[in-house]
Design a binder for this molecule. Structure first.
Ligand SMILES: *[C@@H]1O[C@H](CO)[C@@H](O)[C@H](O)[C@H]1NC(C)=O
Length: 568
């Protein structure tokens, strides 16, 4: 009599845990690259129709003050996946080091001892998939160890670009280095010519000097070849751990990513397990490319056409979610990694960067709203009221604690002894709370805090700027992209109530007691934050960034050229 009862109880228990597991929410992250705050309908754009994105906003919440942890791809993406500031794991470099990974064969990246959201979810029965851009590194010691690869960081499948998109990957001959440093090639050519001429000059006089001159010419030639071959070295698509396309074809890539995401979502639906799926768009980063059906269809050139294609892709993915019956129980999070690149121009001078609406500055400016305030939306019918607008500060780092909480997990148990900078934003999103989950937020440009926020109360969000970007006078732009280390220290920090002054046009007067009080509070907070940081080695030194032949991804060596047979 006792045994059958026990058996029955066990069966009930097993059935109830399975049922509970089935009820856990899915997560769908739609991460856009370089999308500007003013590019889409829910954030005030009236000249580009974005019906699918508008619908997403209407069915969920518009997060008007959603901040990324950095104004550039690599650090911002790492923070979104780990819930932690890049300074904590070496992705906030010093001074003049690059703050993004620019070469597939560099050893920089997100270290395997950092724990990402999909990794934690994976321990509890979730399946995770990534389609699109990664940009957090590939390998450490030799190609194929994949220490930084998505599959190391908790994703069960990957289709997309392990690196990033770059101007060099288009077909118009544009090059990033030549845009940022117009003298790169002329200097190389001059050094080549100078080396050869001096070799001729010394040819009867000194063998040593001839050798040195030729070495100089050779080094200049290699440098020029290196920059000219950026595309073949770093433009690639992988399926899981295999390079399937090199260089990648940009035209039609949005369509391929959508097809891949649809396949993943269908597979997740069939498996019946909860999932985390990230669709990480290759757009709006240059080189821009759109399918023929979008070409010339907007009022804003190729960039505007790309927004139309983005909206189409969002519509397709959300439609698939609905079709599969997953849309009620999926937490959809739409955001951008950093703000629109306001300086970006095409080869004919046309605007190819995003528009940041009322915000100051843009991509690359870690302390400015235009660099870090993201067009963000959340759709999750069970908890987030449709049509809500949240205008209090939240962070992209909040995704991790919020998602874990929704999955019924305890952050401090899952990630013990680890400082998590994100906070659970569910109370704010569900309407239960009316204050930001953060008290302070620190806005870094590389390893330096350029500005900070203090949420004093719902009506007062103070923002202090300690640094200002090195803008061309009379503009809000730098020559190609602002460099953190060229920023100006403000002798008199600027203080705004960003809650009421979104464009930061009315600074507090330094003579007021209010100014002194806010500045002092902020200085104390910064000091306390910095005292809590542990020194970690940078993953972004020149040594880490350096091109290493043993790390080079290359399909069909030595040609490094192949096309994915799935998409002929
Ligand atoms: C909409 O976005 C485009 C592309 O960034 C921009 O050029 C345009 O000014 C925006 N329009 C409005 C009305 O905000």
């Amino acid at each position: 009599m006792r045994w059958p009862l026990l058996l029955l109880a066990t069966v009930f228990y097993a059935a109830s845990t399975v049922a509970a597991a089935d009820n856990r929410p899915n997560f769908l992250v739609l991460l856009v690259d370089d999308l500007g705050y003013g590019d889409i309908g829910p954030f005030g754009n009236t000249s580009i129709p974005t019906p699918n994105i508008d619908r997403l906003a209407a069915e969920g919440a518009v997060l008007k003050q959603s901040l990324s942890a950095a104004a550039l791809c690599t650090p911002s993406r790492a923070a979104l996946l780990t819930g932690r500031l890049p300074i904590r794991y070496g992705l906030a470099p010093q001074a003049d080091e690059w703050d993004v990974i620019l070469l597939a064969a560099s050893k920089s990246g997100l270290l395997p001892n950092e724990t990402t959201l999909p990794k934690v979810l994976g321990r509890h029965g979730y399946t995770s998939s990534l389609v699109g851009k990664w940009h957090l590194g590939i390998s450490c010691q030799r190609y194929g160890d994949h220490c930084h690869h998505p599959l190391t960081h908790g994703f069960d499948s990957f289709y997309g670009i392990p690196m990033t998109n770059l101007k060099d990957f288009g077909d118009d001959g544009e090059m990033l280095y030549a845009s940022a440093y117009p003298n790169t090639f002329p200097i190389c050519y001059a050094l080549m010519a100078g080396g050869v001429m001096s070799a001729l000059f010394f040819c009867r006089r000194s063998r040593l000097l001839v050798a040195l001159s030729l070495a100089l010419a050779g080094a200049a030639l290699l440098t020029a070849l290196f920059f000219a071959n950026w595309k073949i070295l770093s433009s690639l698509i992988m399926r899981d751990e295999q390079v399937v396309e090199q260089p990648m074809r940009l035209k039609g890539l949005a369509q391929r990513f959508v097809a891949e995401s649809e396949e993943r979502l269908a597979a997740h639906a069939r498996a019946g397990r909860p999932f985390f799926h990230m669709h990480s768009f290759c757009k709006m980063h240059t080189a821009l490319a759109v399918a023929d059906e979008f070409q010339g269809k907007s009022r804003h050139g190729l960039y505007g056409d790309s927004v139309l294609e983005l909206d189409w892709a969002v519509g397709r993915i959300l439609h698939t979610l609905r079709r599969l019956g997953l849309d009620r129980n999926t937490f959809v999070y739409f955001t951008s990694d950093n703000g629109g690149h306001t300086e970006e121009r095409g080869i004919n001078g046309d605007v190819q960067g995003g528009f940041n609406g009322p915000l100051k500055g843009g991509k690359g400016m870690g302390g400015m709203e235009g660099g870090i305030r993201m067009p963000t939306m959340v759709r999750y019918p069970p908890r987030v009221p449709a049509g809500s607008v949240v205008d209090l500060p939240v962070s992209s780092m909040d995704l991790l604690p919020t998602a874990l909480r929704l999955a019924g997990l305890d952050v401090s148990k899952e990630l013990p002894n680890r400082e998590i900078d994100g906070r659970d934003m569910l109370p704010l999103l569900s309407g239960a709370a009316h204050v930001s989950p953060h008290r302070f937020l620190f806005h870094y440009c590389k390893a330096t805090i350029h500005s900070a926020r203090w949420m004093e109360d719902a009506a007062h969000t103070w923002k202090v700027h300690f640094y200002w970007p090195p803008w061309i006078p009379g503009t809000q732009r730098c020559p190609y992209i602002c460099q953190c280390h060229h920023s100006l220290v403000l002798p008199q920090p600027a203080v705004y109530n960003i809650q009421q002054d979104i464009s930061e046009e009315r600074p507090l007067s330094p003579d007021t007691a209010q100014y002194q009080r806010v500045l002092q509070t902020m200085r104390n907070a910064v000091e306390q934050h910095q005292a809590g940081l542990e020194g970690v080695p940078s993953q972004m030194t020149w040594w880490d960034h350096m091109w290493r032949p043993q790390l080079q991804a290359c399909c069909q060596p030595p040609f490094c050229r192949c096309a994915d047979p799935k998409y002929p």
